[in-house]
Each structure stands twice: as structure tokens, then as C-alpha cells.
Design a binder for this molecule. Structure first.
Ligand SMILES: C[S@@+](CC[C@H](N)C(=O)[O-])C[C@H]1O[C@@H](n2cnc3c(N)ncnc32)[C@H](O)[C@@H]1O
Length: 350
């Protein structure tokens, strides 16, 4: 790994340890990782170099979360790995245990980190696209929405859209400023969800949740949602597609005449140049007028919250339309001035 990469990784790791949600299961393991990285541990260096070589566009934050997830998988069957997620012993002891685990199981951990992505999915995130897309279709007179959810994980969002009961369960915990556009059904006539092959399953998604009561609650919400929603609402297909294959992505959208794409918590997994290539490929593929609505974590998971960006009419300059105070959509959504282009006028707070 180059010194530049090592420095930026360590900086991101340090910020992620202070992240408000880090305490919900990950910060203890991040602390030991940072100590080991600073000490120049050869097994960790070799693992990071191998991952960088096979996934050149991976972002620091994604690499860090994947390392935590790989260790969490190991912790299910290895008491020494389970100890990495407990605050006792102190950090130096956990870093020593991590060094021994990497020396022993480094190849297995590298395989997880090179072959999978963080597929954490949150049951409440669909609230924001539900409201914004309903308002977009009404404001722009779009009679038919053919939707693709890119990086869908297990496809929660396409199952949830237009499900009023699921909306009503979660909507009261999300405040809007100024007030929320009203709930409107989206005129969906097709819904696709795509993710990288092999498609993530529920067990992998469970591993992507931090080992804590907080993430236990979030995972229960995922399970509840799966029970409440049908796996095949009219027109839903879940398909494997690598978003990094720009031509395949553009062709996929064109063949299915997709005019609205959502892409939530996916682009942060890549460096800025890779993100731009994905956005451009999507916009080339969307049927006119075309909308890509993307929700991505603020500061690449280094701070709490997320920003919602709209790419309208093929314009690759994204317009920030809303800030969400919490990536799991439990706090406040603040509509930004550019949301008026999407949904009509932003109403002033009363
Ligand atoms: C953090 S999850 C977000 C899931 C869901 N959109 C949500 O917000 O709840 C990111 C998903 O993007 C997928 N992803 C990342 N890179 C991808 C690629 N190149 N092609 C397809 N899917 C990808 C991952 O596999 C993962 O399931």
C-alpha cells in the first residue's frame, strides 16, 4: 500500500471511530485496526495491498466496513475474533489478538473483502424516495414510472414502495423541514432491483449489521418489512448486474425503458472518479426525461447523516435536494432549495 493510501485510510478510520453510530458495535474493532495499522503490522499491510490491487476503485470507508464485516463473520465461530468486538481487554490487547487472527486467517478475510460488498440495508430509507418520487411524478406529469433500484442489496426498497402500511409504521419517526410533501403513490409500472453477483442474501445482510442492541433493532425492522411485503409485487425483478460495467449498465436500463433510478448508499463505496462513471452510465441509459435519485452518506461515513442528490434530464451535475440527519432515516429530512425543481415549490416552515 502507498503511504498516501495508508494515511488516508488511517484518517478515515480515526473519523469513523468518532462517528455517532460507530458505538453501535463497530468502533471497538476500528480502534484495534487503527492501532495495528499505525504499528505497520505486515499481515495487515499485505491484506490491504491485496485488496487495493484487486479492487482499485474501492473507497477507504468501504474497505474499513468490509474488514469489520469479515471479522464479524469470523467471530460467529471463533472466540478470539468475538473478543475483538468487546471493549475488554484494552485496545492494545485487542490489536495483538487482531494481529494473530490476521496472521492465521488473513487469506480467508482477504477473500471476503475482495469478493463481497457491504450490503447493509435499512428498512426506513425508502420513506425519502417514496415521498420525493411521488411528488416528482405529480409535479412533472410523469404518468408511468419504470424504476430500477441500483445496489438494492436484498431488494427492500422496490418491495416497499407504495406499501402504505410499511410507510405508516416508519414515517412518524422521520421529521421533515419544511413539512413533508404528502404521501402519494408512485405510478409504478415496473420495478427492478439490481446488485452485484452473487446477489446478497439475508445472512450476509445480518453480518453487515454491527453486533449491538441498536443494530439488532434495525435488523428486526428489516425482518418485519420482509414479512409485511410481498417478494414479488407486480413487475418486480431482482437481477445481478455489475454497475462498474458501464456499457452493460446503460444497456440494462435502455432495454427495460427505465426512466427513474434510485441508488442509495452505493456510490460512497467507490472513489470519486468511479462514482462519476457510474452516474454518467446511468444517465445515458435512462429514458427521457430521466431521474436518478441518489442518497449517500455525508462525508463517506465519517460523519452521521446523508445527502439526497437528484440528477434530472441527463444533467450529470447533481442537485442536492435534501439532507437527512441520520443514515437510517430516524431523524430529520431538511429539504434544500433545489428540491423545488424536483417536486415543486419548497414550502416555508410555518
Ligand atoms: C450499503 S448497501 C445499500 C443497500 C440499499 N440500497 C439501501 O440503501 O438500503 C450497497 C449495495 O450496493 C451494492 N453494490 C456495490 N457495488 C456494486 C456494483 N458494482 N454493482 C452492483 N451492486 C453494487 C452492494 O453489493 C450492496 O448490496
Amino acid at each position: 500500500m502507498t503511504t498516501d493510501h495508508a494515511d488516508s485510510l488511517l484518517e478515515t478510520l480515526t473519523d469513523m471511530q468518532r462517528h455517532e453510530q460507530g458505538n453501535h458495535g463497530w468502533s471497538v474493532v476500528h480502534e484495534a485496526l487503527a492501532l495495528l495499522m499505525r504499528s505497520g503490522d505486515p499481515a495487515l499491510d499485505a491484506l490491504l495491498a491485496a485488496v487495493r490491487a484487486s479492487r482499485p476503485g474501492i473507497s477507504d470507508s468501504h474497505l474499513i466496513t468490509l474488514l469489520g464485516i469479515a471479522l464479524r463473520g469470523l467471530a460467529d465461530r471463533d472466540p478470539e475474533a468475538a473478543g475483538l468486538f468487546r471493549p475488554e481487554p484494552a485496545a492494545a490487547g485487542r490489536a495483538a489478538a487482531l494481529a494473530s487472527i490476521l496472521g492465521r486467517d488473513g487469506a480467508q478475510i482477504a477473500a471476503v473483502v475482495t469478493e463481497h460488498s457491504n450490503s447493509f440495508t435499512a428498512a426506513r430509507r425508502f420513506l425519502v424516495p417514496q415521498v420525493l418520487l411521488g411528488a416528482y411524478a405529480a409535479h412533472h406529469g410523469i404518468a408511468e414510472v419504470r424504476l430500477a433500484d441500483l445496489g438494492t442489496s436484498i431488494g427492500l426498497l422496490p418491495r416497499q414502495l407504495n406499501n402504505r402500511a410499511v410507510f405508516e409504521r416508519f414515517a412518524p419517526d422521520l421529521r421533515w423541514s419544511p413539512e413533508a410533501p404528502p404521501y402519494r403513490p408512485i405510478p409504478l409500472t415496473a420495478r427492478y432491483g439490481v446488485d452485484a453477483p452473487p446477489l446478497p442474501d439475508l445472512d450476509w445482510v445480518r453480518h453487515c449489521h454491527g453486533p449491538s442492541a441498536y443494530y439488532g433493532d434495525r435488523f428486526s425492522e428489516v425482518l418485519w418489512t420482509l414479512e409485511q411485503t410481498t417478494p414479488d409485487p407486480p413487475g418486480l425483478r431482482l437481477e445481478a448486474l455489475d454497475l462498474l460495467d458501464a456499457d452493460a449498465l446503460t444497456g440494462y436500463l435502455r432495454e427495460r425503458r427505465i426512466n427513474v433510478a434510485t441508488c442509495n448508499f452505493v456510490l460512497y463505496q467507490y472513489d470519486p472518479a468511479t462514482r462519476e462513471r457510474i452516474v454518467a452510465a446511468v444517465l445515458r441509459g435512462l429514458a427521457a426525461p430521466g431521474l436518478l435519485l441518489s442518497m449517500e452518506p455525508g462525508h463517506e461515513l465519517r460523519r452521521q447523516g446523508a445527502r439526497v442528490t437528484a440528477y434530472l434530464d441527463g444533467d450529470t451535475t447533481g442537485r442536492p435536494v435534501a439532507d437527512v440527519s441520520d443514515a437510517h432515516c430516524i431523524g430529520t429530512v431538511t429539504l434544500l432549495p433545489a428540491s423545488a425543481d424536483l417536486t415543486g415549490a419548497v414550502r416555508k416552515p410555518r
